[in-house]
Write a protein that binds this ligand. Sequence first.
Ligand code: PXP
Length: 242
Amino acid sequence: MRLGVNIDHVATVRQARRTFEPSPVFAALIAQQAGADQITLHLREDRRHIQDRDLELIKELVIVPVNLEMAPTVEMKEIALRVKPDRITLVPERREEITTEGGLDVAGMKDFLRDYVREFKENSIEVSLFIDPEIKQVEASADIGADAVELHTGTYANLWNDHRFHEAEKELKRLEEAGRLAKDLGLRVYAGHGLTYQNVKGVLRLKEIIEELNIGHSIIANSVLFGLERAVREMISIIKGG
Ligand code: PXP
């Protein structure tokens, strides 16, 4: 399975102070250097973390594919067709949510989405749809001409984190069935949301179906801790050195 690293929350820390550090552009380059197969970022309508300039610089500097998560709006379409990421992943977006809460209701907006994705396909930008692992959403995704689906692993992850392993196992089955159908219908299958160093192991069992995982929060959260000791030592060295 490939790994797409979502660097949004590096920008979340920067935006907490509206300053220049830490830079998600720098983070994208470090993730690439460490072996990430893809850089994923979400330009939200409210610009709470990633900014337009981050996206432009990342597209310019990063060599591995760039996957832009975005809501299917007119504004985002204009930006994406200008910046030309390698892939767009369409996600639902609500201003009040903490993170993307559910999958896109592709079945409920088929005509709109069929029309929306056309220009991306004409521009050779891969179109992926972030959906819940439901048969009707998979069928609708194939029907509107998407190239891929990203299956929402949030429910599985939450159940696992709550130690409800039996239910988590059932959710894995749903992911497996939805993924298998998607593959049979000619879609590429990705997955992500809420995955951690612990709960990712269940999803790895679906490696014959799922080609790629997109993981953000847990990697960035751990990078803060892994890097803290060095960061403190460097500040002490500056203070003492002075
Ligand atoms: N995939 C999609 C479509 C997402 O919206 C997100 C969150 O931005 C992720 C993957 C990564 O989720 P997490 O930050 O929980 O790993």
